[in-house]
Design a protein around this ligand. Structure first.
Ligand code: SF4
Ligand code: SF4
Ligand code: SF4
Length: 311
């Protein structure tokens, strides 16, 4: 019998849903075993009265074995949908770094709602001068929250977006009734660049010019970008973006430093503090970091980014 799946997107950009489509042929092979009972990205579902239970006053989501939720929780509607998903799904999966750690939208946690609305509606944005939204929209919560700050989560699939190989592993494991095997190490552990351990750069360089490498040269012949003096967050970021058989981490393949999009190596880690440690152990002056809060650009939930961090 097919496994019932419900999917929801909260404070999300839909990139995580595209990552599901990127499963490609694997998706075709698992689809016959899945029964999507609720998936707004593909089908029009009404939140009220969709199960035919006659109660049109409470948000309801059909019961499912597996619930996939992308995006964090930023407003009252996200919160209620997350709670309904938790109630309806036996296993709840946080899909993507917005759901696991707040993601890029949690950068807003450095500012209060008043400052946000003031800046958006009273400075030179496209909506400057327009009226701020009133009661017709769900009210904002005080912060942008990761999913597990509001409801219990059973499985975490970080990544912005997650790699299709890990999504495939999670789905296959659930169908087979076993625990999924997911990466636990750091991006550096999947990076083949050369580390000399000496002749390092003492202060960080801004990434305004290309790193030192020869075009066409394999990644395994390029020197580690951190050793070249670039703020590469590979040491403090969960592995996974290289997939099961890639040349290396996604950004490194493009010869660009890791920006930390899979969140901390340990689920409750702090990428900012961990990166200061990594810089110190690489003899790089951590006062040369221009914007320290940017090291939490993907993991500012769980109270790590707060009002007043930003000046
Ligand atoms: S984790 Fe990335 S891809 Fe997924 S919803 Fe958030 S911003 Fe989009
Ligand atoms: S710091 Fe960056 S370049 Fe160096 S090994 Fe780690 S991921 Fe690769
Ligand atoms: S290298 Fe870093 S920023 Fe780039 S995709 Fe991988 S985890 Fe994300």
């Amino acid at each position: 019998m097919a496994v019932k799946v419900a999917s929801e997107w909260l404070n999300s950009c839909s990139g995580c849903e595209i990552a599901i489509l990127n499963l490609g042929e694997t998706l075709l092979s698992v689809l016959p075993h899945l029964d999507f009972v609720h998936i707004p990205v593909l089908m029009d579902h009404k939140y009220f009265g969709q199960t035919g239970a006659g109660d049109v006053h409470h948000l309801e989501i059909p019961e499912a074995v597996v619930g996939l939720v992308s995006g964090g929780i930023r407003n009252q509607e996200h919160l209620e949908v997350a709670q309904a998903m938790r109630q309806s799904c036996q296993v709840l999966i946080a899909l993507g770094t917005c759901a696991t750690h707040g993601g890029i939208p949690s950068l807003i946690n450095q500012f209060g709602n008043e400052a946000l609305l003031d800046r958006y509606y009273h400075t030179e944005t496209t909506d400057a001068g327009a009226e701020a939204p009133g009661d017709s929209l769900p009210p904002l919560l005080d912060h942008c929250y990761a999913l597990d700050e509001k409801v219990k989560v059973d499985l975490y699939l970080p990544g912005c977006p997650p790699h299709p190989d890990q999504i495939a592993e999670a789905i296959t494991a659930l169908l087979e009734g076993r625990a999924p095997v997911l990466p636990t190490k750091s991006v550096c552990d999947t990076c083949p660049t050369i580390r000399h351990g000496k002749g390092k750069v003492p202060v960080l360089r801004r990434f305004t010019q290309n790193a030192d490498y020869q075009p066409g040269q394999p990644l395994s012949e390029m020197r580690c970008l951190l050793e070249q003096g670039y703020l590469c967050m590979g040491p403090v970021t969960r592995a996974g973006c290289a997939g099961n058989c890639g040349e290396g981490p996604r950004c490194l393949i493009a010869r660009v430093p890791c920006r930390g999009c899979f969140g901390p190596v340990q689920r409750d880690g702090n990428q900012l503090l961990d990166m200061f440690n990594a810089l110190a152990s690489n003899d790089i002056d951590f006062t040369s970091v221009i914007d320290p809060s940017s090291m939490l650009r993907f993991s500012g939930g769980h109270g790590l980014l707060r009002e007043g961090c930003k000046r």
